[in-house]
Design a protein around this ligand. Structure first.
Ligand SMILES: NC(=O)c1ccc[n+]([C@@H]2O[C@H](COP(=O)([O-])OP(=O)(O)OC[C@H]3O[C@@H](n4cnc5c(N)ncnc54)[C@H](OP(=O)(O)O)[C@@H]3O)[C@@H](O)[C@H]2O)c1
Length: 310
């Protein structure tokens, strides 16, 4: 965000030039024609980040690989984050907001079942490595690097830790967190797992970033989560809203007891004024958006088939 606050500089990957069709949704945002500047940048190219950040008042560092491939994940996430904080320090920006993840927070096998997951929790790096959760490992090490470099360089850093993000898609492509839901609607998942997941609406994640940027007293980490559901609850909600899809009804694990949702606190963001959108609304809007963007066929409704037959 440049110093005069009147325009926004966004970065796009070097491989996808500013005029690449995959960025067209950004150009279509309200006011983008006059106020959005798209710069080519790569997290591992310090010069490109410095050029993009130069003259900015604040930085939202969101770009990251999202993969469990250790080679593609760890170096770009960690060195990329270090590069962004260093470039922000050089440009003298007012505040950096870093999009971390629940992956940097909750991967701890020694946490008791009654412990409330909040901003004091950190994932256990050895556990992430041993279980090959390279995304969580990369995000945790990247966040730690962000705190270390910010402290060293005197950068005002605030971190948002979102859980799995759902809601309408702006971009034409489907990202990893949306596939989590899409697989239950296409028939590709025949059963659901005996596990739990925390969810949040993408608009609340965006608002959280704005709130922590604009509130001078905001500091530290902010866990951005609305609720934790078992997969069984997710498929039940989806089936109520969209009974026309082949949504699984059976758990893949018929032996172990049903995993219980963990407790968490989103009080820090609520105290900043965030009123979270319900997970049911998130799921409904996600499916509607998948239909609107052509990622999910809309099965014929009973009235449609009557009309076709008559
Ligand atoms: N979605 C979730 O459920 C969730 C939950 C918690 C946290 N987060 C965090 O939120 C952020 C956005 O995630 P997302 O779900 O929106 O994922 P996404 O759709 O894969 O977006 C990641 C973005 O980072 C860019 N990027 C990747 N490597 C880059 C590099 N070396 N240089 C420059 N840009 C690079 C990608 O550009 P290209 O498209 O050109 O590759 C892409 O635009 C990430 O930091 C992620 O860890 C996401």
């Amino acid at each position: 965000m440049p110093v005069d606050g009147s325009s926004v500089s966004g970065t796009v990957c070097v491989t996808g030039a500013g005029d690449d069709p995959k960025n067209s949704h950004l150009r279509e945002l309200e006011g983008a024609k006059d106020r959005l500047i798209l710069c080519k940048a790569d997290l591992l190219d310090y010069g490109s980040l410095r050029d993009a950040i130069n003259g900015c008042e604040g930085v939202f560092h969101t770009a990251s690989p999202v993969t469990d491939d250790p080679e593609q994940m760890v170096e770009p996430a960690v060195n990329g984050t270090t590069n962004v904080i260093n470039a922000a320090a050089e440009a003298g920006v007012r505040r950096v907001v870093f999009t971390s993840s629940i992956g940097a927070v909750y991967m701890d096998p020694n946490r008791g079942p009654d412990v409330v997951v909040d901003e004091t929790c950190w994932s256990d790096l050895e556990f992430c490595k041993n279980t090959k959760n390279w995304y969580c490992y990369g995000k945790a090490v990247a966040e730690q690097a962000a705190w270390d470099v910010s402290k060293e360089k005197g950068v005002d850093l605030v971190v948002v830790n979102p859980v799995l993000v759902l809601g309408p898609l702006l971009q034409p492509t489907v990202n990893a967190s949306i596939i989590h839901i899409l697989k239950y609607l296409t028939g590709s998942a025949k059963t659901y797992a005996n596990s739990v997941q925390a969810y949040v609406h993408v608009k609340d994640v965006a608002l959280a970033h704005i709130l922590v940027y604009e509130t001078p007293s905001a500091s530290g980490r902010y866990l951005c989560a609305e609720s934790v559901l078992h997969r069984g609850d997710v498929v039940e909600i989806l089936a109520k809203f969209f009974p026309e899809y082949p949504i699984p009804t059976k758990c893949s694990d018929q032996v172990k007891p049903r995993v219980k949702p963990y407790k968490f606190s989103n009080k820090k963001l609520k105290d900043l004024g965030l009123e979270f959108i319900s997970v049911k609304q998130c799921l409904y809007e996600t499916v509607k958006s998948l239909q609107d963007k052509g990622h999910l066929p809309i099965p014929p409704q009973p009235e449609d088939s009557l009309r076709i037959n008559s």
